[in-house]
Design a protein around this ligand. Structure first.
Ligand code: SME
Length: 154
């Protein structure tokens, strides 16, 4: 991981280490990402509830509250349990537009320490093709820090 990203991961470890409260940790992690990663316009969480993804803490414009598993970028991530990158959201089948400024998007699955998925972390950018291997590595690592900070959920 490059120096900038490993510094951010270190900050996340320190920030989230203060509590095991999931809502507080998602709130602080979305703020940390939003204010430290350049060229992004939305950063936040959707969590599994009653068979759907339900909006959690975030930074950015108001967003859709519920997403069906399999729909849009978040729904595909939830269904496949794999990181999904949409370099151009307008070309992504079923993309759900929350902020018209968003042009690219990355969605990371959130895993419990037992390997089951419990939600997704979603980051949007007003720039096309904003997310590559370095961002993927950073955000996957931040998702892992979140799970561990909350005790792993298992
Ligand atoms: N664009 C997402 C929906 C969530 S917002 O970007 C915050 C999607 O297609 O899943």
């Amino acid at each position: 991981m490059n120096k900038v990203n490993s510094n951010l991961a270190e900050q996340a470890r320190a920030l989230l280490g203060a509590t095991k409260d999931f809502t507080a940790d998602m709130a602080n992690l979305s703020a940390l990402i939003y204010h430290n990663v350049h060229e992004i316009n939305w950063a936040g969480f959707y969590v599994f509830k009653a068979g759907k993804l339900v909006l959690g803490p975030f930074q950015g414009k108001p967003a859709c509250v519920e997403i069906e598993i399999g729909k849009g970028v978040c729904g595909l991530c939830a269904k496949s349990a794999k990181t999904v990158i949409a370099p151009d959201v307008h070309k992504f089948p079923g993309h759900i537009a929350c902020d018209e400024a968003s042009k690219s998007e990355i969605v990371i699955p959130l895993f419990k320490t037992d390997g089951t998925i419990y939600g997704v972390m979603d980051i949007d950018s007003p720039k096309e093709d904003r997310f590559g291997p370095q961002e993927r590595e950073l955000f996957e690592s931040l998702a892992d820090i979140l799970t561990r900070a909350c005790g792993g959920f298992s």
